[in-house]
Design a protein around this ligand. Sequence first.
Ligand code: NAD
Length: 508
Amino acid sequence: MAVTQSNAVTTCKLLIGGDWVDSSATEFSEVFNPSTGEVIAKVPVCKGDDVDRAVQAAHQAFLEWREVPIVERARVMFRFKHLLEENYEEIARCVTREHGKTIAEARASVQRGIEVVEFACGIPSLIMGESMENIARNVDCETIRHPIGVCVGITPFNFPAMVPLWMYPVAITCGNSFVLKPSEKVPLASMLIAEMLIKAGLPKGVFNVVHGGKEAVDALLTHKLVKAVSFVGSTPIAKYIYEMGTKNGKRVQSAGGAKNHIIIMPDADMKQTVQALQASAFGCAGERCMAGSLALPVGDAADQLVPLLVESAAKMKVGRTDNGDGADMGPVITSQHLKHVRGMIEKGEAEGANIALDGRKVNVADAGNGYFIGPTVIDKAKPDMSVVKDEIFGPVLSVVRCNTIEDAIAVGNDCEFGNGAVIFTNDGNAARQFKRYFNAGMIGINVGVPAPMAWFPFTGWNNSFFGDLHIQGREGIQFYTQQKMTMTRWISPSADKFQDPIWKAKGK
Ligand code: NAD
């Protein structure tokens, strides 16, 4: 059992060596249902001893798992995929309950996670090395990809199922073992999914789960048996993980925060653009690292765009997501985060921007203690304002009106982040210039959220990523494997006299 139940509040266990066990921690943090503010689980704040138990178990399991033929490893992923599909609705409901996104958004995120498992099912054909014969007389050369050992995943609150699934299906199928430290704000989906990995027949100890915050993370980053660390979260922590992990000799891929720019050219189809912009900025209550958070309308595009967007976004139904599918937008994750988002809107107002749509006024009658804020549009912001420069991570879209596409690209290129950027236009040249010169790793052309599917890497730039090999796609496989090159001289006294029988038969 992943949890113990008392008075409807579950206490999370750790998954170590294939068994759900109690933490030795005496401190617990709380998991909330953001729609109501009620506590739904307690999660142990693990320390080094729990982490050590998990890493030791993972290391022991790795020694066996790496010997399992890759097709058998992939078969576990096929079974895992079926179980995820069978339990799709339950996982989505768990995500909604602990995170607050709508059930439709939760389902979509689980689907994205399943696609990574589908990708992992194909790893046998993607992990193959290269070979060349006769690089010198009687000498052949080949590369083979080996697993690296115990890999670690440290994940954020905003995609409880999907982001962890970016990591361990690939790591495990490549022959590694794994220790996951999910966000202490949303540990439940990871534990539910872990049950499915166990049912899929994954040997004990190949996948482990620990909980907690900085202390658990530091123990993972410094443990001598940990070989690689995948991190997704905010930029200051991503930078810390990268520096601390690499200092301790680990391979690290560390994805950070974002501020994603959306350029709207005057020739764009405004109706379609408004729909896409609304979904991008306010979907998942703006708690997406690929959310469009800064609109850069060019020329007279703003005069058409802003009134249409305000009118449309004002109609969005903000409400509880845990009791049906009536809401278009749910709450943000915690009361502290709600305070942060509100504080950023106040800052924008104080700095002189115009609050064209004010989500602070939203009222959700049946959920007095939920963490709600409505869609907010901050118009006529200036490039040096905090609402333009800093990540808000809530349903807030700032608008900087620009004269030319060059001005708009310049605003974007001044930004410390570089996750995603989008242009809406019918002008091929504008799209091409934007694609070529915008300083971000994931580009959308008439696409609101250009988040790559599992077959492509999640290519953040600048302070949105620290490391070399990104998460997902072939780069993910490279990250979780190390290459070995073998050069072989085929020594045989008869080698020089050997005659190829085929050519000989043809009388050549
Ligand atoms: P966070 O950085 O607060 O936490 C992420 C993880 O780090 C959690 O597991 C947490 O327990 C751990 N952590 C927190 N403080 C720590 C510390 N001082 N030392 C060590 N570990 C620590 O992020 P969050 O609030 O959970 O998630 C939101 C952030 O994640 C946003 O900035 C968002 O842009 C980013 N994000 C980025 C991507 C991407 O692909 N680039 C994807 C999703 C989310």
